[in-house]
Design a protein around this ligand. Sequence first.
Ligand code: GA4
Length: 343
Amino acid sequence: MGVPPVVMRSTKKTKAVGIPTVDLSKQGDRSSTLMVSEAIVRACEEYGFFKVVNHGVSKHVISRLEEEGNGFFAKTSAEKRRAGPAAPFGYGSKTIGPNGDIGDLEYLLLHTNPLSISHTIKSISNDPTSFSYAVIDYTEAVRELACDILDLVGEGLWISDKFSFSRLIRDVESDSLLRLNHYPPVTVKDRDPSSFNQYPPGNTTTNPIGFGEHSDPQILTILRSNDVEGLQISLHDDHGDGFWLSVPPDPNNFYVFVGDALQALTNGRLKSVRHRALVNTAKPRMSMMYFGAPPMNAWISPLPELVSSEKPSLYKPFTWAQYKKAAYSLRLGDSRLDLFKNN
Ligand code: GA4
C-alpha cells in the first residue's frame, strides 16, 4: 500500500539543454523579419517548441483570465461539478478524453466560438459576463499572436501565400479551444493508491505525472502558466535517444507548441512536440492553453511548396473533422498522425 503503480510507458531520461527563444520585437526591416522567421522555423524543426518574448499581449488581459480561473478552481467541488462534465466542454476532474486516460488535475475546456463561450460560462461563473469577457479578450489576443507566428512560419518556409496557415485559425468557423489546467499540489501521503496516479517510469521519488505524454492535434498551441514548474517536452539527442527537458515556468511569456496538423501541412518538416506535465509537490500549477485549429470541414494536406519528387507527400489528405474523430477514438499518448501516413 502507499506506492502507486508505476506505468512503464517510456524509459526516457531527463536532461538540461537550452530552450529556443524568439524575440518578436526584433522585426523591423525585411532582413530582420526574415531572421526572426528563420529562427522560428529552426525551432519548430528541431524542437517543435519555443519560447516567445516581447509578444505584445497585455499583462492585464493575462491577469484577468488568471484571476477568473483561480477564482473558479477555488470553489467547492460540488460547485465546480455543476460546470461539468467536460463532454467535451466544461469542467473536468482527473478524466482526460473519452477513453480512460486519467491525470492528477482539474480543468476547464472551452470552445473559443463566442456563442459557445457564453453558453458554457453560464454554468461556470456567478458573474458570467466578466468571465466571458476575460476569455474572449484573452482568446483574441493569443489568436493574434498565433497568427503572427504562423505568418512568420509561412515566410520562413518560403510559402507563396504566407497566410496559408493563419487563415485556418482566423476563420470564424475555426474549431480552436481554450483550456485552463489546475494541478493541485500532491504529496505522496495524500495519494490514493487505488487511483491511476503515475510516476515517471522507474522513478517514484520525483514528482508524479499530472497530464501524460502526448502531442497536441491542432495547428499551434500557445501556453502561459503561473510560476510553478511542471511542463516537460520530449526531445532526441544526437544519438537518437529520447529524453525529457524540463521547461522553466515563465508567467510573463508564452511557450509555443507545433501541433500534428502543422506537421501534416508542412509535410513533416515541422514536428509536433510530445510533452507532459508533472505535478508539483508544494504549489498549485495553473496553465492556460489556446489550441489554434482549422474549421471542421477544412482539408489538411501538405502544402505544394513542401512536396517534391525527393520529398513526396508523407500524409494522405484529411479533414479536421476526420482527424478529431481519430484523436477521440485513441488514447492520449497514441501517435494519431501515423493513421494518415502514405505508405
Ligand atoms: C490534447 C490537447 C488538448 O488538451 C485536447 C485534448 C483532448 C481532451 O482532453 O479532450 C484529447 C487529447 C487532447 C488528445 C487525444 C484525445 C483528445 C483527449 C484524448 C484522449 C483538448 C485536444 O484537442 O486533444
